[in-house]
Design a protein around this ligand. Structure first.
Ligand SMILES: Cc1cc2nc3c(=O)[nH]c(=O)nc-3n(C[C@H](O)[C@H](O)[C@H](O)COP(=O)(O)OP(=O)(O)OC[C@H]3O[C@@H](n4cnc5c(N)ncnc54)[C@H](O)[C@@H]3O)c2cc1C
Length: 408
């Protein structure tokens, strides 16, 4: 629903990046009255592009946050609630999940009070050191959900422009027919590695390969450890459209977007072991393969970067170029999307609010009351920081999400 003009802001925000983080952020900012343009090399409708991660996700909600990673937990918790609320729309599906991982990994699961029906379960075949937990969660079909987000953004007045940028400063120069930015949100995923003004060497891919199958009879998600091949695991994620996505692998630093057919076969075999209903007849050869996929998760050594930075204008015209970085979420972009977008909004608002008109301030209550909005009073988390120069980089407390953490 478009916001009433009385609460719109004249300040223009350019979101660099059309993946799930960029578009969810654009929706969140537009709902709060900001003028937003998403500029990206790959747009959310490019469901066949391996140039970005978002079309290739599972995607379900299954935590990647360690016991003490409160920032990631907060993003995941907020997003879980938002996705749960979307179940009636049909874009998100309620989903029973069983995870098998180390005994300690199961003990450390922090979301017992968030995800319904949480309980301990025994693995079907006893493997030493492996334990299990089951709970109710959600899944979505990533390409369909991206379309839904895109349509929502367009309805809110968000503009979309296909454009590849060399520098984070370009949107401040009013070039390429894009209205000059008052602030840029950097949601470029792996692009943050080479984007001038950011050039983050800690950004790196984590390659994931999956197989999409028609499996309307599969109603449960299973995620299990398989240690026969390093960096490979087994998971089955049913989607709202009757398909299921089977995985997978977690290859840190691998940029290869070609399908490895042998790996695809191993994925099918491992997942069939987990659930024979993947085949309508119960025979392996009758599994209906729709396609093989490869996607590169945009990860970052040290964890995702979400912070405000006032960059110097390299040309010296402007007092500074305000940027909110939001990249490097790796394997958890969908399940963190609304939480990250809320933190981005808080940082944007903190920076731009003083220059808003009085009318804008006076309508705060009406904004709070409007449907689907994030309250303005959301505190910025202590672990989500501001910095004033690129040399003062924020270093998160949590390490990169390691393959060990992810191989479940
Ligand atoms: C196999 C697989 C399974 C996954 N499963 C899950 C799951 O179950 N749950 C979950 O939560 N997540 C999952 N993920 C992770 C999820 O896909 C990512 O975390 C998420 O897509 C990251 O979104 P993003 O917007 O940060 O980056 P991206 O989707 O990579 O988007 C980056 C955007 O920036 C643009 N860009 C980059 N550089 C430039 C530039 N210089 N100029 C202009 N534009 C630029 C790109 O074109 C793109 O639009 C999975 C990923 C894979 C590969």
């Amino acid at each position: 629903m478009p916001v009433p003009s009385s609460i719109t802001s004249n300040q223009h925000i350019v979101v660099l990046g059309g993946g799930v983080i960029g578009v969810t952020t654009a929706v969140t900012l537009a709902r709060q009255g900001y003028k937003v343009t998403v500029c990206a090399r790959d747009l959310p409708t490019d469901s066949e592009s391996t140039g970005f991660a978002s079309p290739w996700a599972g995607a379900n909600w299954a935590t990647f946050a360690s016991k003490y990673d409160y920032r990631l937990q907060r993003w995941e918790e907020h997003t879980f609630k938002q996705l749960w609320n979307l179940i009636p729309t049909g874009h998100v599906m309620e989903l029973p999940i069983t995870v098998y991982k180390s005994e300690q990994g199961i003990k450390d699961l922090w979301h017992k009070h968030l995800t319904p029906n949480f309980r301990r379960v025994h693995p079907p075949c006893a493997k030493p050191g492996v334990s299990g937990a089951a709970f109710t969660s959600v899944s979505l079909s990533a390409p369909d959900y991206l379309q839904h987000l895109y349509k929502t953004a367009v309805q809110l007045g968000v503009g979309f422009i296909r454009k590849s940028f060399n520098s984070i400063h370009e949107p401040f120069q009013g070039a390429h027919g894009i209205p000059t930015a008052d602030l840029v949100v950097n949601a470029t995923g792996l692009g943050a590695r080479k984007l001038d003004g950011c050039n983050d060497p800690q950004v790196m891919p984590i390659r994931g390969q999956t197989v999409v199958v028609d499996a309307p009879n599969v109603k449960e998600c299973v995620m299990a450890l398989d240690s026969s091949y390093s960096s490979e695991s087994a998971y089955i994620i049913p989607r709202p459209n009757g398909q299921a996505i089977l995985g997978g692998c977690f290859q840190v630093g691998n940029w290869d977007t070609e399908v490895d057919i042998d790996m695809g076969q191993r994925i099918l075999e491992r997942c069939f072991e987990l659930n024979k209903n993947l085949s309508p007849t119960g025979k392996f050869e009758d599994i209906k393969v729709v396609r093989h996929n490869v996607g590169l998760r945009p990860a970052r050594e040290g964890g995702a970067r979400l912070e405000f930075e006032l960059l110097e204008d390299p040309q010296g015209f402007d007092e500074g170029h305000p940027v909110v970085h939001a990249y490097g979420i790796g394997p958890a972009g969908y399940q963190c999307s609304w939480g990250m977008a809320r933190d981005v909004f808080n940082l944007v608002d903190e920076h731009l609010k003083p220059t808003r008109s009085l009318d804008m301030v006076a309508t705060t209550d009406s904004i709070k009351q409007s449907a689907n909005t994030t309250p303005r009073s959301c505190p910025v988390a202590p672990t989500t920081t501001r910095s004033r120069s690129s040399s003062q980089r924020w270093i998160p407390q949590s390490p990169i999400i390691s393959p060990q953490t992810v191989l479940i």
